[in-house]
Design a protein around this ligand. Structure first.
Ligand code: FAD
Length: 410
């Protein structure tokens, strides 16, 4: 029987492990060779397993059509909200639990994991840590329930890697209102969010500050960026801010210079490190399942030595990435995480992810080219992980500066 794509005919649930039903049960059906899930306390472990099952059965296969059409699955978002994935930042669970949630969302769909990660780390996290009491009262209940969305608007058309020094969007305080002017690029959820957290330079003191800009304010215009090769479910936008007027109270009181925001950007780099691990588990799931079903020369692909070597390498990369992230979570829990460590984790797991999905793609042969068989989708998504939250090169420069004392940025 030919191997079936995961997408179109997939009203059926996808097994958590994605191992074909007629294969002899392998000793490690869930791919957790290093018993990482066992590190969670009992209560969190059960919630982790339940969420993983839900993501694999309700989100994974359904996401393929949305990805192909570049559409946002609002129904799936509501379900993620019901399972508490909008409130991971404030629900008091451990850093390891939060990280493993990010892994499992990425394992089911990388775009949704981008939304969940940005939402928790950069939207809920920023308002919770840097917002006023009134801002917290106004926004946190809807955000944590995932009935409201924010967009994190830092990057600009002319400034990406050099944004901290180059940011050109301006904020001017005028008669008790801030007037924001400029442009932003690549902003996730920019066309569907209730507000954008816009970073702009105060013309009075030249500091970069964070502002809540409701998306229905006159002068705010967002245009979807189409034809992306990855993260196609995420609605990234070009945003124009033409003299947008917001109340003075929309400034985040804790974000009156960039240093505090930088601390949260450090944590969000770590989140991409977890995504890098999750996408590799997804690649392993798809590659193992496919190689156990597809026959050539009268035998399953999984029985050929070269294919076995590739499967072992993908899982080895995924496990090394996970182990790195587990130690990062420990450091984070102790309040010791620094930018160089987060940058190293992000750069390393996304570099390995790129290698893993490339192996996975070739392992599926021609079917690896079609997103309907999932691997093509992962192949494109890995490129985004490698690029955003600081490109691979920029994160490498941060690490090398920390170990040489020399900055090589300019
Ligand atoms: C799908 C997607 C989603 C995104 N989501 C968001 C979002 O929600 N919010 C947001 O604010 N931003 C978002 N971004 C922006 C993202 O963070 C930037 O794309 C990223 O930081 C790189 O910036 P750039 O694209 O301007 O590339 P550039 O800065 O122009 O870099 C181009 C190349 O030059 C290299 N380079 C640059 N400077 C140096 C140097 N000094 N030394 C060596 N190499 C260098 C880079 O590594 C890269 O390879 C998103 C991007 C994408 C693609």
């Amino acid at each position: 029987m030919p191997v079936q794509p995961q997408g179109r005919d997939s009203g059926q649930s996808t097994e958590t492990t994605a191992v074909s039903a007629d294969a002899a049960a392998p000793p490690f059906p869930d791919a957790d060779l290093m018993y990482i899930a066992d590190l969670l306390p009992a209560g969190e472990r059960q919630r982790y397993l339940d969420t993983r099952e839900f993501l694999q059965s309700r989100v994974r296969a359904q996401s393929i059509d949305y990805w192909n059409r570049e559409e946002f699955p609002f129904g799936l978002l509501a379900e993620l909200g019901k399972r508490g994935l909008g409130g991971l930042q404030t629900d008091g669970t451990s850093k390891l639990f939060k990280g493993l949630m990010y892994v499992e969302v990425a394992r089911a769909d990388v775009s949704l994991s981008a939304l969940v990660g940005i939402h928790n780390e950069l939207i809920v996290g920023m308002i919770n840590e840097l917002g006023s009491d009134e801002q917290k009262r106004r926004w946190l209940p809807g955000l944590t329930a995932f009935t409201q969305l924010g967009a994190f608007a830092l990057t600009e058309p002319e400034h990406g890697s050099d944004i901290a020094g180059g940011l050109a969007t301006t904020a001017r305080l005028e008669n008790g209102e801030w007037v924001i002017s400029g442009a932003k690029r690549w902003i996730g959820a920019g066309t569907i969010a209730d507000f954008a957290l816009v970073w702009a330079r105060d013309v009075a003191d030249q500091q970069i500050k964070g502002f809540i800009v409701e998306t229905d304010r006159p002068g705010y215009a967002a245009t979807k960026i189409a034809n992306k090769i990855g993260l196609r479910i995420m609605q990234n936008a070009d945003i124009v801010l033409q003299d947008v007027r917001i109340p003075e109270a929309n400034l985040l009181p804790g974000a009156t210079d960039f240093s505090k925001a930088n601390e949260l950007l450090r944590d969000s780099r770590a989140w991409v490190g977890w995504q890098g691990a999750g996408i590799q588990l997804a690649a392993f799931d798809v590659a193992r399942s496919y190689s156990l079903q597809r026959k050539q020369f009268g035998k399953e692909l999984a029985s050929f030595q070269l294919v076995q070597q590739q499967l072992a390498e993908i899982l080895g990369n995924a496990s090394a990435s996970l182990a790195l992230m587990v130690q990062l979570a420990r450091i984070q829990e102790d309040g010791k995480l620094e930018m160089a460590q987060a940058a190293m984790a992000k750069a390393t797991t996304t570099r390995l992810a790129r290698a893993s999905v490339a192996m996975g793609r070739s392992l599926l042969g021609g079917n690896g080219i079609s997103s309907d068989f999932e691997m093509g989708k992962l192949f494109g998504d890995a490129e985004i992980l490698y690029t955003y939250e600081g490109s691979y090169e920029i994160n490498s420069l941060i690490v090398a500066r920390a170990v040489t004392g020399k900055s090589a940025f300019v």
